[in-house]
Ligand binder design. Structure first.
Ligand SMILES: NC(=O)c1ccc[n+]([C@@H]2O[C@H](COP(=O)([O-])OP(=O)(O)OC[C@H]3O[C@@H](n4cnc5c(N)ncnc54)[C@H](OP(=O)(O)O)[C@@H]3O)[C@@H](O)[C@H]2O)c1
Length: 293
């Protein structure tokens, strides 16, 4: 049975989603991407995480349509990119995303990165999209405590979710606690330590850490499943990306439970190490990366 988490706006979402950044190459949008997402759907994924910047919303939408499964059984997340922030731009960005996805609404619309000068105008446009039924829930991504405090000063509709880089080498404990205290669920991006887009060798990722690989051996599962179980058992959303069928399938299935000591041993691997961008410095480079159409 699909695990779900209740959101503070009363809706619920599947706790395990399918990440779609850089299936094949970054911004690839073709049959391979569609077939990969379709394979994931056939295995049971109903929560799909994409973004305008990933340049693959068309393939994601095609896979969902071709699956023959009713749209309402899916939970689709997409995100507004920095170059599209601001009131009118955000309305336009959503229009473009919905056209590419070939959908009337998304389940969750996120601000992809904080851009404090634009946050109020962007969020108010998102509130309008929510009232119009085009974004069922609203959320954040990469928001720091200060960004959340800023948003809470004017938000009429509260964010339900914050998607953060989070894995055993970057546990972001204080920020996770802060988000949860504000009623948001935390979703983990690059939960396994990032996909091929980062150029990071597997040997440097937490999936190769001896604490993780020993637990994988103990439970007879993959290193990835150990890390994802650590998130799931603590009430976090995970959105692993996998092209291999073995990973795709394993990431959905958990016939074991980590002990409290094991959860703590994984917490203790934290070294505040980011594989991706830092919200303190990302805006400038994000603004030089346009959304492909
Ligand atoms: N909000 C943001 O700013 C942001 C930023 C980055 C990513 N994201 C989202 O987060 C999603 C996931 O992050 P990500 O794609 O960077 O990487 P990830 O999910 O941490 O890792 C993907 C890599 O791990 C491998 N893998 C999958 N399952 C495994 C398992 N059970 N054991 C061992 N290895 C496994 C995959 O291999 P194969 O593909 O070969 O199976 C792939 O190389 C993205 O796809 C995207 O949706 C959001």
């Amino acid at each position: 049975m699909m695990r779900t988490l209740k959101l503070c706006d009363g809706r619920s979402m599947p706790q395990i989603g399918f990440g779609t950044a850089a299936i094949g190459e970054f911004q690839q949008d073709n049959e391979f991407v569609k077939d990969t997402v379709l394979k994931a759907i056939e295995m049971g994924y109903r929560h799909i995480d994409t973004a305008a910047l990933y340049g693959n919303e068309r393939s994601v939408g095609q896979a969902i349509a071709e699956s023959g499964i009713p749209r309402k059984e899916f939970f689709v997340t997409t995100k507004v990119w920095d170059t599209q922030q601001g009131h009118e731009n955000t309305l336009q960005a959503m229009e473009e995303s919905l056209n590419r996805l070939n959908m009337d609404y998304v389940d969750l619309y996120l601000v992809h990165w904080p851009y404090p000068e634009k946050t109020q105008a962007t969020w108010q446009a998102m509130e309008q999209l929510h009232r119009e039924g085009r974004a069922r829930s609203l959320g954040l991504s990469n928001f720091r405590k200060s960004d959340i405090q800023q948003l809470m000063g004017f938000a009429e509709i509260k964010p339900v979710y914050n998607q953060l880089e989070l894995h055993p080498y970057l546990t972001q404990k204080a920020l996770v606690e802060y988000c949860e205290s504000k009623g948001m669920v935390v979703s983990c991006w690059s939960p396994l330590g990032s996909g091929s887009w980062s150029g990071v060798d597997n040997s440097e990722k937490p999936i190769s850490d001896p604490v993780i690989t020993k637990l994988a051996e103990k439970y007879g599962v993959s290193a990835g499943q150990i890390i994802l179980a650590w998130d799931l058992q603590q009430g976090r959303i995970v959105i692993p990306k996998a092209e291999s069928e073995k990973h795709m399938k394993g990431n959905l299935n958990y016939g074991f439970t980590l002990t409290d000591e094991e959860l703590t041993a994984i917490d203790n691997l934290n070294k505040n190490h980011r594989f991706g961008d830092d919200p303190d410095t990302a805006t400038e480079s994000n603004l030089s990366r346009p959304v492909p159409n």
